[in-house]
Design a protein around this ligand. Structure first.
Ligand SMILES: Nc1ncnc2c1ncn2[C@@H]1O[C@H](COP(=O)(O)OP(=O)(O)OP(=O)(O)O)[C@@H](O)[C@H]1O
Ligand SMILES: [Mg+2]
Length: 270
């Protein structure tokens, strides 16, 4: 049974894709999970994260080495490229610049295939994408697509206009619609209101998504997530960021319909 591949992206701006991907990793219901940076604009986690002992991350390995290992076509193990963050959470970081990431587009479909057929659950940070982005190859191979947006009126209108296009491109590549979850990043007290507004707004305009949720704006939670060792611990869970991300993670973890383009054919055994 292969693990789940969750692709996290945005359509525009920097609404919090990387933060959301990491927070979902920290709160993921499964024991082992890897957050893999596949944003071709370059990675952020190498700069932001501290390991369990408070030290910065080593600059290697990176996702570029993992991508090279997938070239043969078969699934390459992810573990040698992941840096452990404690509690079963690992991160595969991207180099910081687009220039170094430049070789990746050619191998993204083998990366997607490898991530989609590997053992562990993977949360992939695709950054900002549109229907022409090479990262679409990863989205098309994912079990669930998580689209992150800010809850402002402008951001939501844009999302509505672009989401249909993005989802139809992904569906075209994978041969069917992808289970899609929209995450709004907003102050916690407005979360529920924004979620129901946006559900109604998207439904009115015929944009079909499988769920909408929110992650609370919480700078102190982000600080803890990035800099403290106990990312999967109780104290992280008590922050606004932890609680709201846990709710999203639990929903997303149950959303795979098994139709990921690289999912194994169903054997009835799990
Ligand atoms: N839930 C949140 N609470 C508080 N701050 C947040 C939250 N989510 C994101 N941020 C902050 O917003 C900024 C952008 O977040 P992030 O880097 O995750 O966005 P991104 O969409 O990945 O951006 P980029 O396009 O640069 O990759 C960061 O300073 C981050 O700390
Ligand atoms: Mg990012």
């Amino acid at each position: 049974m292969s693990g789940m591949l969750v692709a996290v992206c945005s359509d525009k701006g920097s609404p919090g894709v990387t933060t959301t991907a990491l927070a979902l990793g920290a709160m993921w219901p499964g024991e082992e999970v890897s957050v893999v940076e596949l944003d071709l604009a370059g990675g952020d986690l190498g700069l932001r994260l501290r390991d369990e002992n408070g030290a910065g991350l080593p600059s290697k390995p990176t996702v570029v080495a993992y991508a090279a290992a997938t070239r043969g076509g078969g699934p390459a193990p992810l573990a040698p490229y992941a840096i452990g963050l404690g509690g079963g959470l690992g991160v595969v970081q991207a180099p910081m610049t687009r220039e170094v990431m430049g070789a990746l587009p050619n191998v993204l479909s083998s990366v997607a295939h490898s991530l989609g057929t590997g053992d562990g659950d993977v949360i992939a940070d695709l950054g900002r994408i549109d229907s022409a982005s090479p990262e679409i190859a990863i989205a098309a191979g994912a079990d669930v697509l998580v689209v992150v947006a800010r809850a402002s009126r402008g951001a939501v209108r844009r999302l509505q206009e672009r989401l249909s296009l993005l989802l139809s491109t992904v569906a075209g590549q994978r041969g069917g619609p992808i289970p899609t979850y929209v995450v709004l990043v907003c102050p916690r007290r407005y979360g529920r209101g924004h979620v129901s507004d946006i559900e109604a707004y998207l439904a009115d305009r015929g944009v079909k998504v499988d769920g909408v949720g929110f992650i609370g704006w919480d700078p102190a939670g982000v600080e803890r997530l990035e800099r403290r060792g106990d990312r999967r611990g109780r104290r992280m869970r008590r922050t606004t960021l932890g609680r709201t991300s846990a709710r999203v993670a639990e929903t997303v973890a149950t959303m795979s319909d098994g139709s990921g383009s690289y999912a194994e054919s169903s054997t009835g055994v799990s």
